[in-house]
Design a protein around this ligand. Structure first.
Ligand code: KIV
Length: 364
């Protein structure tokens, strides 16, 4: 790998995921023409990329994974009618077309089912679950075991959404080998579509290693919670030209290492715009401005469930903690006042059985 992915498609590591010939091994020879068409479409339409070797070596052959599904695949998958799961190719195309990518964190099965119904493009099983679900002060205590359990639950609830597993603290910092091993666990045990890890140039060898192993990586720079101690706390980054320049260089390095996307957290919108315009891969924002290719929020923040603190970049779409607390209050009151359960909540005995039982009980 020469580390120049989307700038020279013929060398992009994503190609490693694809068969050079995208045709399935058992394809009907009569369908030769179909596969050639699909191949040409992937090369020329998906990104508007022109030039040499399109059909021979283009990384966008990944599109065949979805094209090779039966036409009625969605119907066979059950309730989800939102459409097929998006792939890295779709996200590249969305960037090119200026279509914003919708992205939310998710940690459990029921929320994942709601995300499917709502038509989210991407989900992150973030290590923010340490705070949002487990009540830790930060993300540092989160383990791979916790991440895998939650990723599995999200996968079950959202089989048709592109889901990204977040590498927790010390699952990739120690060595490239450990990073590859733990990224592989997200794939093998939780069927994730990609993994995310924090850091720019200092984790480039980890990103390259994971990409070279055939996996899909999202980079994450700006406010990186796992190293918030070094940043002096949960603070916005890139507010001076010098520190913003570091982010620009980090983003460039992440792209060159073969990541499929970059997440920018808590940086000025001016910097988010510059990085987005310079990148050929999608740039997602959580507090990095409207000009990025898509937006992420922490589900507990946007639903008004997480009360410990609310970052400036959060828009609250609901105040569920109030609704839930109110529901619990009503439940407590009903029980105390003997208003619950009501007749409609009871499983009555079959006719005559009560009398029979009373006789049986009187004999003991
Ligand atoms: O863990 C997470 O949810 C994240 C976001 C804060 C970006 O990494």
């Amino acid at each position: 790998m020469n580390g120049k992915p989307f700038r020279g498609f013929e060398s992009h590591p994503l190609r490693l995921i694809h068969r050079r010939d995208s045709k399935p091994a058992n394809a009907d020879p009569r369908e030769e023409k179909h596969w050639k068409c699909v191949s040409e479409r992937a090369g020329s339409e998906a990104l508007g990329v022109k030039g040499r070797g399109e059909e021979e070596s283009h990384p966008l052959r990944l599109i065949h994974r979805s094209d090779s599904k039966p036409a009625n695949a969605e119907e066979k998958q059950g309730d989800n009618k939102m459409g097929k799961k998006k792939s890295v190719i779709d996200f590249l195309k969305m960037k090119k077309d200026g279509e914003k990518i919708t992205f939310l964190t998710c940690y459990d099965y029921p929320t994942a089912t709601f995300c499917e119904k709502a038509g989210l493009d991407m989900l992150l099983v973030g290590d923010s679950l340490g705070m949002v679900v487990y009540g830790y002060e930060g993300t540092i205590p989160v383990t791979m075991e916790q991440m895998i359990v939650h990723s599995e639950a999200v996968r079950r609830g959202a089989p048709n959404i592109f889901v990204i597993g977040d590498m927790p603290f010390m699952s990739y910092q120690e060595s490239v080998e450990k990073a590859i091993y733990n990224a592989g666990r997200f794939y093998k045990e939780a069927n994730m579509d990609a993994i995310k890890l924090e850091g720019g140039r200092r984790v480039i060898d980890r990103i390259k290693g994971i990409v070279d192993a055939g996996m899909v990586v999202m980079g994450h720079i700006g406010l990186t919670p796992q190293s918030s101690g070094q940043l002096g706390g949960f603070k916005a980054q890139g507010r001076t030209a010098e520190s913003a320049m570091e982010l620009v260089l980090d983003a460039q390095a992440i792209e060159d290492a073969g990541a499929f996307a970059i997440l920018l957290e808590a940086i000025p919108p001016e910097v988010g715009k510059i990085i987005t315009e310079r990148s050929e891969i999608p740039v997602l924002s959580i507090g990095a401005g409207i000009d990025c290719d898509g937006q992420l929020l922490i589900v507990g923040d946007m639903l008004g469930l997480f009360e410990a603190f609310t970052p400036k970049f959060v828009k609250k779409y609901d105040s569920l903690s109030e609704d839930i607390t109110e529901a619990f209050r009503k439940y407590v009151k009903d029980i105390k006042e003997k208003k619950f359960p009501e007749e409609k909540h009871a499983y009555r005995m079959e006719p005559g059985e009560k009398e029979k039982l009373e006789k049986m009980v009187s004999r003991i």
